[in-house]
Design a protein around this ligand. Structure first.
Ligand code: GUN
Length: 287
């Protein structure tokens, strides 16, 4: 069997077109959606992500504000900036790019973001709301994966889903979203004994481990849907995922490539959350 490849770029382009229309309609009502992005330090991957986020905003008609701080900046400086952005009615979304340098208390920074502007969905209140299956801003990568599964018509209720990775950004919220959709979810991680025993049972396998080509074809159930969240840079400069695409595609039924799979959907969901927040602000202001 050779898997069908999910085209994340095509889905992202379609959804971004709808988002741009909504942004234009809001701007016409006098409320241009606006995202503020904070980047601390010189992590090269973070710099690329932030650049891509800002560029995607511009293309969608969303205003962006970018704040860059040196690696050794004091946490208070960033907290003061967050307080200003929280209070600014023209700002609808606030994002602090992670990871932060070691002098930061990451949880405290994320909780300093106003819940209504937490378009990354990382504030403890939004995480709690997600865990209770209440409406919340959803973290962008797992939300993008859910959109892909929905667009591809992958059945979730009753499916066996296995998530490899237990990070706050991807693994844990991914498991919660799949659980909320009726899947039976197993979360595997670096301490899991006999990983392949679990992955071979998965109808839906989500790899978010951060290890290049870690999941091989022999670990996959024939016909499974394989979602690769990994973005790893190889010594030759090329990108690859956490899944060994060449062997996996011979076993899976559906598979996402890297690049061109989950990645484009992550930023798309960030844009969508920003527009949703701006729409709520416009309604609250009677516009
Ligand atoms: N670092 C890696 N992924 C993300 C993300 O989705 N949002 C933020 N803020 N930081 C990240």
């Amino acid at each position: 069997m050779t898997a069908r490849i999910i085209d994340g770029n095509a889905l992202a382009a379609r959804v971004r077109g709808e988002i741009a229309d909504r942004a234009a309609a809001l701007s016409a009502r006098g409320v241009q959606p606006c995202l503020a992005v904070i980047l601390v330090g010189g992590n090269p991957a973070s710099a690329v992500y932030v650049r891509n986020k800002v560029a995607a905003c511009e293309k969608a008609g969303i205003r962006s504000l970018r704040f860059d701080y040196p690696e050794d900046v004091a946490q208070d400086v960033v907290m003061d900036r967050l307080a200003g952005l929280n209070a600014d009615p023209a700002v609808h979304g606030i994002l602090v790019q992670l990871p932060l340098p070691p002098q930061f208390d990451e949880a405290a920074v994320l909780e300093a973001i106003k819940v209504a502007k937490d378009v990354d969905g990382f504030h403890a209140e939004n995480v709690g709301r997600l865990s209770q299956n209440q409406e919340a801003f959803l973290p962008c990568t797992p939300h993008g994966v859910m959109k892909m599964l929905e667009a591809e018509g992958v059945p979730l209720a009753g499916a066996e889903a296995v998530v490899i990775g237990r990070s706050n950004i991807v693994g844990k919220p991914m498991a919660m979203l799949l659980t909320n959709s009726g899947a039976t979810v197993t979360v595997c991680h670096s301490r899991t004994c006999d990983l392949a025993f679990h992955t071979r049972r998965a109808d839906i396998l989500v790899a978010a481990v951060g290890k290049p080509r870690f999941v091989t074809g022999d670990m996959i159930k024939p016909g499974a849907t394989v979602i690769d969240v990994g973005i790893n840079r190889l010594p030759d400069g090329k990108l690859c995922g956490d899944v060994d695409f060449d062997s996996a595609k011979e076993v899976a039924g559906l598979i996402t490539p890297v690049p061109g799979g989950v990645g484009p959907m992550t930023i798309t969901m960030l844009l969508e959350n920003t527009v949703i927040s701006a729409d709520r602000a416009a309604r609250a202001a009677g516009k």
